[in-house]
Design a protein around this ligand. Structure first.
Ligand SMILES: Nc1ncnc2c1ncn2[C@@H]1O[C@H](COP(=O)(O)OP(=O)(O)OP(=O)(O)O)[C@@H](O)[C@H]1O
Length: 231
């Protein structure tokens, strides 16, 4: 469950001016699959980052799984996985298997078991034959898959994905779509992929820092297509 209560984000520029990235927004998200769509720079990532406290609200409050993200940042982040658009932002270990194993360090103390579990995740995501490949030698799409595997391995209760398939070809996009469909967590998916958005239980359309439309996938995607057509 994700609750935004008049949650907004304003930033101050060096010249003293302020800029609203997200106007105060009130929304309660309890659906299992929620998509967030909208034009570039509309405020989708800003909204997504509120959910695990990566960006604290400057007005109002955000509760995820009942925890106020401003007050309980570490507890929230232990339960809420975040997949970045740019996988380099979250891959820290030299090889693929070590990177996934890092995510498992708390749940599986024994090194050998941890490595086996990490390899199983790599198999599941289609990178079984890349376990010991240096991360820097993976393609952009392979890194994106690896970053997702690392977050899934933590078994989050809420999974926020900020454009997780931008670098993926059609085949791997389908693999990721299927994984996101079957994962137990509540998923908040920021995406430009309207096919993926259409499969969500609920879709928010963000426009110029506001939730302009909020409802079932079909009507919200149609509203977005209409909005883009006239601009
Ligand atoms: N720290 C910041 N300071 C000033 N402006 C910012 C900051 N972070 C984001 N912005 C601006 O806020 C707006 C919303 O950004 P955000 O990343 O939420 O957009 P988005 O909808 O996710 O875009 P995209 O689809 O291009 O990823 C953009 O115009 C962006 O340039």
């Amino acid at each position: 469950m994700i609750e935004l209560e008049r949650a907004g984000v304003t930033v101050s520029a060096a010249d003293g001016t302020t800029r609203v990235l997200l106007h105060p927004t009130t929304v309660t998200l309890s659906e299992r699959r929620v998509a967030v769509i909208g034009a570039n720079g509309s405020g989708k990532s800003t909204l997504a980052r509120l959910v695990n406290g990566l960006r604290p609200p400057t007005t109002g409050r955000v509760r995820t799984l009942g925890l106020d993200v401003a007050e309980h940042g570490p507890e929230v982040r232990a339960r809420v996985g975040f997949v970045f658009t740019d996988p380099d932002a979250q891959l820290v270990m030299p090889t693929a298997v070590e990177d996934v194993a890092l995510s498992l360090r708390r749940s599986i103390p024994r090194r050998r078991e941890r490595e086996d579990a990490a390899r199983a995740w790599l198999e599941r995501i289609g990178l079984g034959d890349r376990a010991t490949t240096p991360v820097h030698a993976l393609s952009g799409g392979q890194k994106q898959l690896l970053a997702l595997a690392g977050v899934l391995a933590t078994e989050p209760r809420v999974l926020v994905c900020d454009e997780p398939t931008t670098l993926l070809d059609l085949r791997w996009r389908r693999v990721v779509d299927a994984l996101l469909d079957e994962v137990d967590a509540q998923v908040l998916l920021v995406t430009h992929d309207l096919d993926a958005a259409r499969r969500a239980d609920r879709v928010l359309l963000v426009h110029e820092g506001r939730v302009l439309h909020d409802g079932p996938a079909g009507s919200t995607v149609d509203a977005y297509v209409a909005l883009m057509a006239v601009r």
